[in-house]
Design a protein around this ligand. Structure first.
Ligand SMILES: CC1=C(CCC(=O)O)c2cc3nc(cc4[nH]c(cc5[nH]c(cc1n2)c(C)c5CCC(=O)O)c(CCC(=O)O)c4C)C(CCC(=O)O)=C3C
Ligand SMILES: [Fe+2]
Length: 374
């Protein structure tokens, strides 16, 4: 029995690991990065060339690594302000610093157990299970003679009040930035990363979780905005960054197609329709936000004569950073066997700390479907 006097709120953890996607930082990195991402994925070569151009447009530098550096700085400051003394490590799936290297370094530093925060808030193969598999592989790759740390992935946090608060504040700022005459009629167009419909069907313990989680949190955010403004803005969910074979179904509608429909409606009714694009599927301003929304979708809106704004992602919003701290402490308490509260807004229960077997099934199905269709 541990002496309660000596139990710290962070026990049993001695480190935090930020787990992310990774992105290129120089033009020379772009092709090898894309090769890392798409190895064995059956992504058509033309799609890779198109995506490569998105990166070159930004000088070959993805915003994601700097976003993660800023998040680590903000989280360090938050932990320190709360008297929490845990080092924060950072590792990526697809680019330097790679997870394998950082987990080996943690082993050399004597880290025994770490709480892992993933820069992805929802359940699916791409946004949850693939990261868990990456963590498992990194542990397995720790060189002989070192003791690998135990790594616990923190639950999906899309409906945590702190993440929701960040989205709500972003929407309120974007609405305030619209011309007054279109503000009250503005439509909230929530955007997330499209995935193959087969991947959505397999997501979460019972399937369909990726879409269900998004739809639920869209309602929570839009209702909170309504609470704050007194205006019931129309809300909907659309998708960006579709990839893969054109013959594999992915979640739709695409944000650009939807903007075109809204512009048609505007033309037909003569009623000016402003749009706030809310990047609810993205934790920070990844390339999908910088290119697919800020560059491409904004250009679409402008061409169609729609007034549009893009609201801020959670990024380093203090409520989001505090939520990450709370999630680490929540999991630590749960691992100590203490009863915990698991804050979660909306109608869906908190996601389990340990995903059940079969949750967000591996890509075998999609992989073979792709292979058959090409
Ligand atoms: C659900 C989801 C998230 C959100 C969860 C999370 O955040 O992890 C996400 C994030 C990201 N996706 C990213 C980049 C890419 N994703 C690709 C391809 C794919 N994404 C998929 C899904 C997701 N992706 C899927 C089903 C594919 C098809 C291939 C496969 O089945 O794996 C490709 C290949 C080219 C293309 O086909 O587009 C690239 C370059 C970056 C980095 C951006 C930056 O540099 O800032 C980030 C954060
Ligand atoms: Fe992606």
């Amino acid at each position: 029995m541990p002496n309660p006097e000596t139990v710290r709120p962070t026990d049993p953890y001695d480190a935090v690991l930020l787990v992310s996607f990774g992105g290129p930082e120089r033009p020379e990195d772009v092709v090898p990065f894309l090769e890392n991402v798409t190895r064995g994925r059956g992504i058509p070569r033309e799609r890779l060339e198109v995506v490569g151009e998105h990166y070159y447009l930004f000088g070959g530098r993805s915003p994601i690594n700097d976003q993660n550096r800023a998040l680590i700085a903000a989280l360090s400051a938050d932990l320190e302000a709360h008297g929490i003394d845990l080092p924060i490590y950072w590792g990526n799936r697809n680019w330097d610093p790679y997870l394998d290297d950082v987990v080996a370094q943690m082993a050399r530093d004597g880290v025994r157990r770490a709480a892992c925060l993933v820069t992805s808030a929802y359940s699916s193969w791409s946004s949850c299970r693939q990261y868990r598999d990456n963590l498992e592989a990194a542990v397995a790759a720790v060189p002989d003679g070192l003791v690998a740390p135990r790594l616990d992935k923190i639950r999906a946090y899309y409906h945590h009040p702190g993440f929701v608060q960040a989205s709500v504040d972003g929407v309120l700022d974007a609405l305030a930035d619209l011309p007054a005459e279109v503000r009250d009629d503005a439509r909230l167009v929530f955007v997330t990363h499209s995935i193959p419909t087969a991947m959505n069907d397999e997501s979460g313990p019972d399937g369909g979780a990726y879409l269900a989680q998004h739809l639920d949190v869209v309602g929570v955010v839009a209702d909170a905005v309504q609470e704050a403004t007194g205006v019931a803005h129309e809300r909907e969910l659309v998708f960006c960054s579709r990839s893969g074979s054109p013959r594999t179904p992915w979640l739709e509608p695409d944000v650009n197609d939807r903007l075109a429909e809204l512009a048609d409606e505007q033309e037909r009714t003569g009623r000016r329709q402003a749009v706030v694009m809310v990047p609810v599927g993205f934790v920070s301003d990844h390339m999908e936000v910088a290119f697919d929304l800020d560059t491409e979708a904004m250009a679409t809106a402008e061409r169609l004569g729609l007034t549009a704004r893009r609201s801020a992602s959670a990024s380093t919003h203090p409520a989001f950073v505090a939520a990450l701290r709370e999630l680490v402490l929540e999991r630590a308490a749960a691992e100590r066997g203490e009863p915990v509260e698991r804050p979660a807004l909306g109608s869906l229960p908190p996601v389990a700390d340990r995903c059940p077997t079969g949750c967000c099934l591996p890509r075998r199905e999609q992989g073979s479907a792709n292979a058959l269709q090409q």
